[in-house]
Each structure stands twice: as structure tokens, then as C-alpha cells.
Design a protein around this ligand. Structure first.
Ligand SMILES: Cc1ncc(COP(=O)(O)O)c(C=O)c1O
Length: 411
């Protein structure tokens, strides 16, 4: 008998849907197509030789441990090293405040698992990282979207949104995926102040802060929350703040190692550890040891500037090409770091329909609507400048410009 699988799946699977866009974007693998769609780092600058050397050393010296089961919390020396870095920033965190995850994407899933019941309000920027929506959707939150402008989340609209009493606020303060926007210091401070007054936790997703190629670095929400706490007299206690930070090696080393980490107060970490045990027992010990060996000898301090330089050059080429080739009534962001920028087309132009035509011109981007938790943004798109080569970026934007001129003239 043929199995009626639809009757076997859990209700929550209805919330896990493939997208027509994902199907469309599969053709970007065709030769000749320039993709500005995927959020991929530049593979040609991955430190392959360094990773090979470190891998060899680990296998020779510590192969048994590298290939054995490990602690769910993560490889202790790596957690200690990450905690030391937080201490250097003035945040009183120890290894008990850190959980190593299988990419920061797993951090999002685990937070959904431990914090969201069906129907719970969840406050997000709109637009926001699509992968966070995918991670949370199965737990069936009711999204409370808050607009962003060029200074970040619009904090003046937060008070009203917080009346819904969301389980947490999900925020991306640095070079946001998808818009490339960075919260100003004032917006960061207001966000911390308002969230604390309402007693609502903030999940700060921060994969891109190291990739700043312009302007002054700004304090993380974690750091500001730590200062707020110190101001309340909690000076030498371990970190007890309301900010949970997600971080990752994906953008400063390689995404294929699948290594991220969560920083939070110890009680939250303990709950996440239990949830992670059921998911994958622990993140690959071997990969954690590789990242530890690479990070401890200061290699990332040498390597990250190369990533910044590469992406800065690509961003500049993309901005120049947009200026030269896009119609006057199209707007875009000018990110000071990260991997993405965001284009707003005139009202009424549907970026998803435009993508179908763009693929005929052999150029791909991600239409913006899917980044909006409650819909909207049909006239927006995300362009990535990290992965395509400079000449491809220039040619890709030219092609897109030709298409837009033709479309908008007809409209
Ligand atoms: C905002 C944001 N969060 C999380 C992730 C997931 O990254 P990873 O699981 O590789 O750490 C990404 C990846 O692009 C991202 O842009």
C-alpha cells in the first residue's frame, strides 16, 4: 500500500516549507550565471594550508581525543579561550557562559526549542535573517515585526511592539543580513534600556562584527548589557545579563567547520546544553580542536584583515557599478562591513518576478520578501558582494541594470 506521508508528518512540518525562490536559484549553478544571491564567503581566501598543518599536528599529538566523543558544552580549551577574549573586553564571562554549537544556526534552533511555545510572540527586525525565521518557524511563534531604518531597529517603535510581551527580541546590530545596516550607538543603548525596563531578553546575532572595513567599531549589545549590569552594582559576579549572543567561526575562518558559540548566563547555557544533547550530543571535537589551535596562536588576527580587504574591494566595485548602471529611482544601502547590501526598487516592482527575468540574463539575487517575517518588501532584494569575483560583480550589476532600465521604462 502507498504510504500517505502527508498524514504522518507532524503539524509543525506545515511551517517548514521549501520556497519557489530556492528552486529558482538552483539554476545559479549553471555555467555563465553570476550569482549575487548566496551568502557565501570567498573560498579562494580560506586558509587551507594553515588548516592542513594544524590538522596534521592534532592527529599526531592528540588524535584519540580529536576522534572521540566529547562534552556537549564543547571543547574546554576553546570555551576557555573564548571566555578569555570576553574578559579582555571587560565582560566577566567564564566557560560556563559558553556553549559551542554546530554553527550559530544551531544556536538559533536551540533557542527556539527552549524558549518558544506555539503562539508565543517573538520580536524581530523586519527584514531579518531568513535562517532565523526558518529555525524558529517550527516552534510556531507569532512574529512581532519592527521596522529598521538606516540607523538600525527603530527604537521609537519598540515600546508599542513590546506590549505584546515577546519571549525575546532577535536583533542583528552589525552589517545585518540582509540589509547591511549597522545599529548606531544610540540605538544600541536605547534597545538595551527599553528591553531591560520591560524585562525582555535580547538575542544578539553577531556573525559579521569582525568584518568591518570602514568606521569605528561599536560595542556589542552583550557589552552594553554587561555595563548596564555593572551600573546596578553587579561588578564581580559572572555574567548575568539579559543578552544572549550568538557568534560563529563561519565568517572569520570557514563555514564548513560548522562552528559557532552562544554566550549567555549560565542557567540559559545549561538549558541549551540539555537541548543540544538531544540534537547532536556535541559539535565535532576535531573541528573544535582545529579552531582552537588556529585561534590561540593569533592566526585570525592576521587572517581577518585579508577578508576585510577582499570584501571591501568587492563592495566598492558593487557600489560603483550600482551608481553607474542602476536607474535613478532605485535606492540601496552602503554597508560599512559584512557581506550584503539591500536594494529598494520603486513601489509596485516585484523582485521575485524580476528574478525570473534576471535568470534569463544569467544574473541571480535574492528577492527581499522572504526576509520579512510577516510579508511585505516585495520591491526589495539582497545582493551579496563577498563571493563573486570583482569582474563578475561588475558584469552582474551591468546585466541587472540593463534589465531594470528595460523593465522600469515599460512600467
Ligand atoms: C545573521 C546570521 N546568523 C546566523 C548565520 C548562520 O551561520 P553559521 O551557522 O554558519 O554560524 C548566518 C549565516 O549566514 C547569518 O547571516
Amino acid at each position: 500500500m502507498q504510504m500517505a506521508w502527508d498524514q504522518r508528518y507532524a503539524q509543525r512540518v506545515k511551517r517548514i516549507q521549501g520556497s519557489a525562490i530556492r528552486e529558482l536559484l538552483k539554476v545559479t549553478e549553471m555555467p555563465g550565471t553570476i550569482s549575487l544571491a548566496g551568502g557565501l564567503p570567498a573560498a579562494e581566501i580560506f586558509p587551507i594550508e594553515k588548516i592542513a598543518a594544524v590538522t596534521q599536528r592534532i592527529l599526531e599529538k592528540n588524535g584519540g581525543q580529536a576522534l572521540q566523543y566529547g562534552l556537549t558544552e564543547g571543547y574546554t580549551p576553546l570555551r576557555e579561550l573564548l571566555a578569555d577574549r570576553l574578559q579582555q573586553e571587560g565582560i566577566n564571562a567564564g566557560p560556563d557562559n559558553i556553549l559551542i554549537t554546530t554553527g550559530s544556526q544551531q544556536g538559533l534552533d536551540l533557542l527556539g526549542k527552549i524558549m518558544i511555545d506555539a503562539g508565543d510572540p517573538l520580536l524581530t527586525e523586519s527584514p531579518t535573517y531568513m535562517g532565523a525565521l526558518q529555525a524558529c518557524n517550527p516552534y510556531e511563534p507569532a512574529y512581532v515585526p519592527v521596522r529598521s531604518d538606516e540607523e538600525g531597529i527603530v527604537t521609537d517603535e519598540l515600546e508599542a511592539a513590546l506590549q505584546a510581551n515577546p519571549k525575546f527580541i532577535y536583533a542583528l546590530p552589525n552589517f545585518q543580513n540582509p540589509t547591511g545596516i549597522t545599529f548606531t550607538l544610540e540605538r544600541r543603548q536605547k534597545l538595551i534600556e527599553i528591553a531591560s525596563r520591560h524585562g525582555v531578553p535580547i538575542v544578539e546575532d553577531d556573525p559579521y562584527s569582525q568584518l568591518r572595513f570602514e568606521g569605528e567599531p561599536l560595542p556589542s549589545l552583550l557589552k552594553l548589557e554587561n555595563e548596564r549590569q555593572k551600573g546596578e552594582g553587579h561588578t564581580d559576579q559572572p555574567y548575568q545579563g539579559n543578552v544572549i549572543q550568538l557568534n560563529t567561526f563561519s565568517k572569520v575562518l570557514t563555514p564548513g567547520l560548522r562552528l559557532g558559540w552562544v554566550v549567555a548566563q549560565a542557567d540559559v547555557i545549561r538549558k541549551l546544553v540539555l537541548a543540544k544533547q538531544g540534537a547532536d550530543l556535541h559539535t565535532a571535537t576535531f573541528n573544535q580542536m582545529i579552531a582552537y589551535e588556529i585561534a590561540r596562536d593569533g592566526f585570525l588576527e592576521e587572517h581577518v584583515p585579508l577578508i576585510r580587504q577582499t570584501y571591501r574591494e568587492r563592495r566598492d566595485i558593487m557600489l560603483a557599478a550600482l551608481e553607474e548602471n542602476f536607474p535613478d529611482n532605485v535606492r540601496w544601502t552602503r554597508p560599512q562591513g559584512g557581506m550584503f547590501l539591500w536594494v529598494t526598487l520603486p513601489e509596485g516592482v516585484d523582485a521575485a518576478l524580476l528574478l525570473k527575468d534576471a535568470l534569463e540574463y544569467r544574473i541571480a539575487f535574492v528577492p527581499g520578501e522572504a526576509f520579512h517575517p510577516c510579508g511585505g518588501g516585495a520591491n526589495t532584494m539582497r545582493l551579496s558582494f563577498s563571493n563573486a569575483k570583482p569582474e563578475q560583480i561588475d558584469e552582474g550589476i551591468r546585466r541587472l541594470g540593463r534589465l531594470l532600465h528595460a523593465k522600469l521604462a515599460r512600467a
